[in-house]
Design a binder for this molecule. Structure first.
Ligand code: 5GP
Length: 195
């Protein structure tokens, strides 16, 4: 997605050869118009696949899932990182290790909001090791729902997430695919699908 490449070039900060900071438009401050463009790009790609719900993880997935769900005309559900006292009807849950925070947590989704009839599109900001996506996929499986596909804003293709999940049959569509990065710049995967 050209607009995303441009935005990363202008505002992204390569913190190390492993970590990209995009706090000015996705992860801390949010650029709403740009997030709506991202939602539209995912809706263009996954529209027509009878998605009934978009699922993401709090907090950085919420605005991305909101924009995508709005464009697809379906609700979205965000998995919580801590079980809330209001989740009284039972939850689906899966353990996850956070790459950026270097800590473990349990994802939970109330059983009220996912069912076996659901066809799910998962949306997230980054794909790195794929651990977070595995947690969400676990929850979707527990609900008996169908995982139609995964939409990722920025994929770090040099980390194993995509390869491993694709080998397990997960359909992944990333708007930017980084092959490598350093303080000299960012190199994108050459056959990246652009929208
Ligand atoms: P994974 O589970 O695929 O290893 O990591 C996914 C999560 O880690 C993402 O949802 C994102 O929150 C965080 N993450 C991984 N790599 C980066 C990165 O380079 N920059 C930022 N800002 N977050 C990242």
């Amino acid at each position: 997605m050209k607009a995303l490449h441009d935005k990363i070039a202008k505002e992204g900060l390569v913190v190390s050869d492993q970590i990209l900071k995009v706090d000015s438009f996705i992860n801390h401050q949010v650029d709403p118009e740009f997030i709506m463009e991202i939602g539209q790009a995912f809706a263009n790609h996954f529209g027509g696949q009878n998605i009934t719900k978009v699922v993401t993880i709090e907090a950085s997935g919420i605005h991305l899932a909101f924009a995508t769900a709005l464009k697809l005309g379906v609700p979205f559900v965000y998995a919580k990182k801590k079980k809330a006292l209001t989740q009284t009807g039972g939850v689906y849950s899966a353990p996850v290790y956070s790459f950026t925070r270097q800590e473990s947590y349990h994802l939970t989704v109330s059983k009220d909001y996912l069912s076996a009839e659901d066809r799910i599109l998962v949306i997230d900001d980054f794909l790195a090791t794929g651990v977070a996506l595995r947690g969400l996929r676990d929850i979707i499986l527990q609900a008996g729902a169908t995982l139609v596909g995964v939409g990722i804003v920025i994929e770090k293709s040099f980390q194993p997430g995509r390869k491993e999940l694709e080998a397990e049959g997960v359909q992944i569509h990333s708007l930017a695919r980084i092959q490598s990065m350093s303080e000299d710049g960012i190199l994108y995967v050459s056959d990246e699908a652009t929208l």
